[in-house]
Design a protein around this ligand. Structure first.
Ligand code: NAD
Length: 481
């Protein structure tokens, strides 16, 4: 196996070194082929997602197939522009010079994907990697084995299989891959494995991008207009129970609410669950027994169980957990210490909604902070006084679909951005190119030093043109020294 793997990496490198992946035409053809794959194999992808996660066809299209098609289209529309060298201005000190930033592919890149959006989170970074002209080895998650098999079978049929390969397997294969030399490692997964990735990358000084998780809070202000309340409830419920059953890095993890508003909010959420989230067929199931058991232990902690105000029933055979609301579980319990990654929604009450800022400041920086509010002062405080990968006001999750915004974490939620142009940049080296001619040679740059040269440099760096003019003739005399 290790030999096969080495051969795959070698081939990816040979292909890259041959220069084949650099042309605009190669990149465009790969993006188009990816789009063909998504269109032609929609049914097979839905089937794989059904097997892996019981994902509904609509959810599969919304979050994975359609989502990736949108990103491919965006890359196709912008690829030429992204590839163009960027002219930059030049300071007087280097006159006459032209300069530009050339976007160079990195080489052979390794992409690790997680299981919760096994197609989307494999292909979204792949779009960036091939747009930027790299060879790629993709390792999907072994926990979504049908999706992993789908990618391993179909990507080589549609894409240039000398430049893009899929290696299937779990941690052992992951470790073997990490022993190879890469030009970039792009990792989506947990902070625990993220640390392993970074440690391995250090050996070859390989740059990494870590897309990790964490607890994304949603601050729910006491909204007064009934229309706003209705929309907020739709969006909060959608971002928890209608989005991979909360098994998502950007799902709402918990709510922060004023004490007096909490009972009203609980009633509305219960009503929403009753109307939209009761049929198991509409809900993505828990990925496997291990995660089911993990969530069971969280919910069966007596101090947490006592705070359940809705739901709480579990069906182990079908790996189904009912949408569950917890009111004020202990802050030192597992449910409030670790990323939940499941359909449990804790509501934490505060005296004043403004206290949410202090609450967040003392905790690890999340991937996203959501806030549902019309209070502009509160919005400003959230932007200025808290830190997170993203801040989204009055909606949740949808920000992930914006190709024009960088997506990624900060602190514990990871580092490095992608999506749209940011993906292209993530997989490119911004090479500085400076062009000069042999004319205009000034002696002020070289010894022997004198006060006049120092004065000239002072004027030059401060753009003092008059001073420069006055000194110019004098320096001309020095230019032969
Ligand atoms: P994980 O860290 O267990 O696995 C991620 C990948 O690493 C998988 O491909 C896995 O096979 C591989 N892997 C596991 N152990 C390894 C090892 N020892 N050496 C090398 N590779 C190894 O994560 P997961 O359970 O698949 O995903 C859930 C986590 O991912 C959550 O924390 C979630 O928040 C995070 N996540 C983040 C994003 C994001 O975009 N920021 C998106 C989805 C999930």
């Amino acid at each position: 196996m290790a030999m096969d793997l080495e051969r795959v990496v070698e081939q990816a490198r040979e292909t890259f070194e041959s220069g084949g992946t650099r042309s605009y035409f190669w990149r465009r053809s790969q993006l188009r082929a990816l789009k063909d794959l998504l269109h032609e194999k929609e049914a097979a992808i839905c089937e794989a997602l059904k097997i892996d996660l019981g994902k509904h066809r609509v959810e599969a299209y919304r979050d994975e197939i359609g989502f990736v098609i949108k990103s491919v289209d965006y890359a196709l529309q912008n690829l030429k522009k992204w590839m163009k060298p960027e002219k930059v201005s030049v300071p007087l000190v280097a006159f006459p010079t032209t300069s530009e930033v050339v976007l160079e592919p990195l080489g052979v890149v390794l992409i690790f994907a997680s299981w919760n959006f096994p197609i989307g989170l494999s292909l979204e970074p792949l779009i960036g990697a091939i747009s930027a002209g790299n060879s790629v080895v993709l390792k999907p998650s072994e926990l979504a084995s049908a999706s992993s098999k789908f990618l391993a079978t179909n990507l080589p049929k549609y894409l240039d299989n000398k430049a893009v390969s899929v290696i299937e397997g779990g941690p052992l294969v992951g470790q073997q891959l990490l022993e190879q030399k890469w030009d970039k490692i792009f990792f989506t997964g947990s902070a625990r494995i993220g640390r392993i990735i970074m440690t391995a990358a250090a050996k070859h000084l390989t740059p990494v991008c870590l897309e990790l998780g964490g607890k994304c809070p949603a601050i729910i202000d006491s909204l007064s207009r009934s229309r706003d309340v209705k929309v907020a409830i739709n969006r909060v419920a959608g971002a928890k129970w209608g989005f991979c059953s909360g098994q998502a890095c950007i799902a709402i993890d918990y709510l922060l609410v004023e004490e007096k508003y909490a009972p009203f909010l609980v009633e509305l959420l219960k009503e929403k669950i009753k109307n939209c989230y009761m049929r198991p067929a509409d809900l993505t199931r828990i990925v496997n027994k291990h995660h089911f058991q993990r969530l069971r232990e969280i919910i069966e902690d007596p101090l947490v169980a006592a705070t359940v105000v809705h739901g709480g029933s579990l069906d182990q055979e079908n790996l189904y957990i009912e949408p569950t609301i917890l009111l004020d579980p202990p802050l030192d319990s597992e449910v409030m210490k670790e990323e939940i990654f499941g359909p449990l929604l804790p509501i934490i009450t505060l005296k004043k909604i403004g206290d949410s800022i202090e609450f967040l400041k003392g905790r690890p920086k999340p991937l996203v902070i959501y806030a549902f509010t019309n209070d502009e002062k509160l919005k400003k405080r959230i932007i200025e006084e808290t830190s997170s990968g993203t801040v989204t006001f009055n909606d949740a999750v949808i920000q992930f679909a914006l190709d024009t915004l960088p997506f990624g974490g900060t602190g514990e939620s990871g580092f490095g951005k992608y999506h749209g142009r940011f993906s292209f940049d993530q997989f490119s080296h911004r090479k500085a190119v400076m062009r000069r001619s042999f004319c205009l040679e000034f002696s002020f740059r070289y010894p022997p030093w004198n006060e006049r040269k120092l004065q000239f440099l002072r004027y030059l760096y401060s753009f003092n043109y008059i001073g420069l003019l006055l000194l110019f003739l004098g320096l001309k005399r020095c230019s032969s020294t």
